[in-house]
Design a protein around this ligand. Sequence first.
Ligand SMILES: Cc1ncc(COP(=O)(O)O)c(C=O)c1O
Length: 457
Amino acid sequence: MTDSEHPITASYAKYVNPSFVKLLGVLGYGRVFSKAQDVWIWDSTGRRYLDCLSGFGSVNIGHNHPKLIARLHQLLDEQPYHLCHVGPAAGAAALGEALARRLAPPLEISLFGSSGAEAVEAGLKLARAATRRTDIVACEGAFHGMSLGTLSVVGNKRLSLPFEPLLPGVHRVPFGDLTALEQVLQKHRPAAFLLEPLQAEGGIVLPPPDYLRQAQQCCTAHGTLLILDEIQTGLGRTGTLFAHQAEGFVPDVLCLAKSLSGGIAPVSVAVTSRHLFDKAYGKIDRFDLHSSTFQGNAFSCAAAVQSLDIIDAENLAARSHARGAQLLAGLQQRLHGHPLVKDIRGRGLLVGIEFGPTGSGWLNRLAPGMVEKLTEAMFGQWVAVRMLEAGILCQPTSSRWDVLRLQPPLTISENEIEFVIETLVKVLDEYQGVAPIVGDITRRVGSQWRKHWRFQS
Ligand SMILES: Cc1ncc(COP(=O)(O)O)c(C=O)c1O
């Protein structure tokens, strides 16, 4: 049986998301992934792929880490009280303490949730309740989740437009622009400035040096809280346990999710100071103003505590730093001067390659607008297709499809990094101009059309 006839594909298209299955059929790069171990994943035909996506940054410790699996088996054998809302929950207490021990003061108290979006919502609610202010400042190009509250602060109109009207009182500033921030803080007295240490889904965008620390100072001077969204950059991904530790400042609220549970159980936190917690929720009649049913459940919290221990024990932050430097340097060296590579950037094992014609080929001279649009819409995705066919799973960033992200589990080895570099260079060697890539995409779409948009080409 081929993947295109796989019963899971048919059921998924019928009962879950027909549009997604259709989209995969446009280029024919559908796969049913069924097994995962460390940095490797397998599709239902038994083919193995190196994972350079990590569930969009959710498996920093590698898939199905044996110590995590053993801990979760042990927990289930203990038959714990999973959802304890009538008294102190053991798992939440242990995770709260494990986080506080790894963070600088005054970050101490964790508000729990299940998804990253919930952690950001928790941060925004806390900021409003603690400051008694309403407005929020967010960055252009930011990504913080898909709930109505977080869509209000996301800087990607394609994602948010269908759901308007969103939260009022949201002001946008360019990421990295302190002058714009200062002006908004002065004019609107916002409750919070929400941002990522580096924009992942926005195209692996790094801020200017010292931007974050100075932004925090600006916010403090204006009585605005700085909420740092480390949902994708935290837990070793960028070469330190938390990205802000490399920036010499401590945010007022820190949001974590994704890799917090090792990629197995949904868990998220917004960590803040006792002082801010007291201001927002310190009275008895406010103790439950931020709660949800699965918040602090035993399974997720045990997974998170074990994942934090694995990150420490295996030095994954330092390994991310070293392997990330190897990946970045290797790509920069091997792709230097490539006519379709505009930039290669990143920190730790969060690396982006920005595509687009650097010179002026005939197609670019003939139709420059068209080339730009094609680049934005297709290049990153096409390279991801070719990489998948060569045995590596990767994807463009969700708001910038011209930027391919490489984001493997932090356990990746030196040899596996070399394999990634080698494969990408080989794929890009075939495309020394825009015309061949447009030709290949057109041929593939034509062939897919003839095959009635078959799931896997
Ligand atoms: C920086 C950032 N914040 C928030 C989120 C939302 O997390 P979730 O999808 O778990 O709601 C994401 C997800 O990709 C993210 O990358």
